[in-house]
Design a protein around this ligand. Structure first.
Ligand code: C2E
Ligand code: CA
Ligand code: CA
Length: 719
């Protein structure tokens, strides 16, 4: 790593090469304000001399200039062995900028970044700061602060290991979807008393080259595991008021060179055992390059580690080795997208393409995917869209010294809770009356699982409040005793087969007294922005088992509740009838289809169509047409009591979906509806417009394919 900064106290120097004087001047001015000394040239003729004489720390080069293009300039710089860091500027497309950046790197130039014109002052300033930042510490060293007088030597490193100078910083890993903390990566730090902070990019290779890496890894493991014990302790949980930290994972970096040394891994396993830490909580990260050198040894060692329960991660994935093969051949459990792609995702379509395919690859192999180097929220949103599992990067937090971790966690949780509460408030659902659209789903849950109680619980600041409840008389309970509170804390399905024996719940008043909860299963509910607002949960007064199939089923139902939550009571609904509108009906029907597929249940549809609605509108006026639709909606709801979904499927059609129902029942319901319509017509004054809709039904056996297509193919008209 180079940072040959100018003498102590001197501002870093920026030399700009741009054929447009205006642009050069603007850059210079921005740089000047940012504390840099800047000069700009409009022609490459004098540029190289200036580089030699003035010794700039950073060069900003325009890619396209009249006499010589930027790529040639870079080639020449490389030939001259330039040590300055590069910023490439240009008005060309991002692909060209990417390619130029790559070519500079291939030339061995130290490139900080590319910035497209027209650029923002902020973007440029950030690049400039980045250019003078020394990587490797929570606090970046600015140039002029302390300049190493010499490089660290093996002897220095050996001494550091003996004196215990290698410390750790911990960088959090969170879920992309929800921001929930899942673990930390331990990163080695070396602060040499004379030489200052030495970045791991320097001392790790040094350790590897001189046979010190295993010693270092063991020291790292020991410190990190001690730290993990402390942060997962009951004491810490009490301090922060929740239990999330008790299950967090710890990632450690392992050099591939260590793969041949089984003593090292035995020692790590022993360290875990001594501390009562399950190897399942430890993720060993290996870089792609290295995992492959000695194929057979790696396979043996890695397989053994997996069998012992350790998780294995392939680090820096995508950096260009024969990664695919390795990934399939070796027993990895996680894939980490290299930060090079992630950091450039907002600017580079190519980077996005790489991320996309790595995430897909991970998914198809059933691996967790983590993106590291997430620096902005656009990138995080993009990752979430791709369904990338975990994120790590400066946006979430820089690597933290151990003494700062808890404070970071506590303040972040407080912020997240405020955002969560704001999201709940914006739903406008708290303390509103029951709504059929939610009650339908809890009824369905009771029916499918055969439990006494199903609830949609929203977690407010101090209470949980039930938007829908079957089999429970109270409308809310205090938050501190709510099972749902714990489910949300864990951020995943929580199953309690028998609460009387569960450490978290055996003393809970809801277990010891009425309603005497025994069985509980709760699935968290998220809003589109990832905020967790509550749970869909099942409760029963008898203990019971809950299998994987049940879990998937509850999950499907929870997604349906989320779809409903995403619609406020008005949008997603048809204004005239108050039923689901076409879009939301289709969305929910698709989810219901998936549910039936899982359960191997049939489905049926009953639909009523007012073909003459346009004519009624014209002859009698829009108001009468609307009233007919509303009447029909009511008749439909009455005749299909148990329908799981009802929507205004088309302008002239109202459709009800029934799960677990075959053709026979659908026809019966259709008949009932027909009679109800006739009765309603009989009650009308003779001069009123009469309802004369057609009724059709469709039966869908469990199967594949989009709902709508299958329904359209199965219609039968009722007489
Ligand atoms: P790595 O394993 O890929 O670790 C991630 C690196 O990315 C860390 O650099 C981290 O500080 C940095 N990083 C994380 N998020 C961001 C971000 O948003 N933006 C940017 N620009 N950087 C980010 P660090 O700590 O300098 O470590 C560098 C490398 O040194 C590590 O890369 C790892 O390969 C190696 N290393 C560190 N500690 C150890 C260790 O204990 N053992 C071994 N074998 N290698 C280690
Ligand atoms: Ca790593
Ligand atoms: Ca990495």
């Amino acid at each position: 790593m180079k940072t040959d900064t100018p003498g102590k106290g001197k501002p870093p120097r920026l030399l700009i090469l741009d054929d447009e004087a205006m642009t050069g001047e603007t850059i210079a001015r921005i740089a000047h304000f940012a504390g840099f000394e800047a000069r700009h040239l409009t022609s490459s003729a004098t540029f190289f001399d200036e580089v030699t004489l003035w010794q700039p720390d950073i060069l900003a080069i325009d890619l396209i200039m009249p006499e010589m293009d930027g790529v040639e300039v870079m080639a020449e710089l490389a030939r001259r062995g330039s040590q300055a860091r590069l910023i490439i500027t240009s008005g060309v497309g991002s692909r060209i900028l990417d390619a130029a950046g790559r070519s500079a790197r291939e030339h061995g130039l130290d490139i900080v970044g590319v910035i497209a014109k027209p650029f923002s002052a902020v973007g440029l300033r950030e690049l400039l700061y980045k250019a003078v930042e020394m990587e490797g510490g929570p606090v970046a060293a600015l140039p002029g602060e302390r300049t190493p007088t010499r490089q660290a030597s093996v002897e220095d490193l050996e001494q550091a290991l003996t004196l215990g100078q290698i410390r750790l910083a911990y960088q959090p890993k969170v879920r992309c979807r929800t921001g929930t903390l899942v673990g930390f990566e331990a990163l080695a730090r070396w602060q040499h008393p004379q030489l200052g902070a030495i970045p791991p990019d320097v001392f790790i290779p040094l350790a590897e080259a001189h046979g010190l890496i295993d010693r270092l890894t063991l020291q790292v493991a020991e410190q990190a595991l001690d730290w993990l014990v402390e942060i997962s302790s009951e004491d810490t949980a009490k301090r922060v008021g929740q239990h999330v930290l008790q299950d967090i994972l710890l990632s450690m970096n392992v050099s591939a060179r260590s793969l041949g040394n089984s003593d090292l891994f035995d020692a790590i396993l022993r360290l875990c055992r001594e501390r009562g830490i399950a190897p399942q909580r430890i993720v060993l990260e290996l870089t792609e390059t290295s995992a492959m050198q000695d194929a057979t040894t790696s396979l043996d060692t890695l397989t053994r580690l997996r069998l012992q329960g350790f998780q294995l991660s392939i680090d820096d994935f995508g950096t260009g080795y024969s990664s695919m093969v390795q990934l399939v051949r070796l027993p990895f459990s996680e894939i980490k997208v290299d930060k090079r792609f992630v950091m450039t995702a907002t600017d580079s379509e190519e980077s996005r393409a790489v991320i996309r395919s790595v995430v897909e690859l991970g998914r198809s192999l059933g691996l967790n995917t983590t993106a590291e180097g997430v620096e902005d929220s656009e990138t995080l949103d993009y990752l979430d869209e791709l369904k990338c599992g975990l994120a790590q990067g400066y946006l979430i937090s820089r690597p933290l010294p151990p003494e700062d971790v808890l404070d970071w966690f506590i303040s972040r949780e407080a912020q997240r809770e405020e955002r969560r509460l704001a999201a709940i408030m914006s739903l406008n659902l708290l303390d509103t009356p029951a709504e059929p659209r939610f009650d339908r789903l809890t009824r369905l849950a009771c029916r499918l699982f055969g439990v006494s109680t199903a609830l949609i619980s929203l977690l407010d600041r101090d209470r949980q409040w039930f938007k829908s409840r079957q089999g429970l008389d109270v409308a809310e309970t205090p938050r501190d005793i709510a099972f749902c509170h714990k489910t949300l804390e864990r951020d995943e399905l929580m199953v309690v087969p028998d609460a009387r024996t569960h450490p978290l719940f055996k003393y809970n008043p809801l277990v010891r007294k009425s309603p005497f909860i025994r069985f509980y299963a709760g699935s968290p509910l998220y809003l589109r922005g990832g905020e967790k607002v509550g749970t869909l949960c099942l409760i029963d007064p008898e203990p019971r088992a809950f299998g994987e199939g049940d879990a998937e089923l509850l999950d499907d139902l929870a997604r349906m509740v989320e779809n409903e939550l995403a619609l406020s009571s008005t949008d997603g609904h048809d204004e005239c009838t108050g039923l689901l509108n076409r879009t939301s009906f289709r969305e929910q029907a698709e989810a219901a289809c998936q549910l039936c597929r899982r359960l191997n249940l049939p489905m049926a549809v009953v639909s009523v169509r007012l073909e003459e609605l346009p004519a009624v509108n014209k002859l009698f006026g829009r108001e009468i047409g609307d009233r007919q639709l509303r009447d029909l909606a009511i008749l439909m709801m009455e005749s299909t009591e148990d329908a799981d979904l009802i929507g205004r499927y088309r302008a002239t059609e109202i459709t009800a979906l029934l799960l677990g129902v075959g053709l026979e029942t659908a026809r019966e319901i259709g008949g009932r509806l027909h009679r109800a319509i006739e009765r309603s017509n009989d009650g009308q004054a003779p001069d009123q417009a009469r309802l004369s809709p057609s009724i059709r039904v469709a039966a869908l056996p469990p199967g594949e394919g989009p709902f709508e297509q299958r329904m359209e193919a199965a219609w039968q008209l009722l007489g």
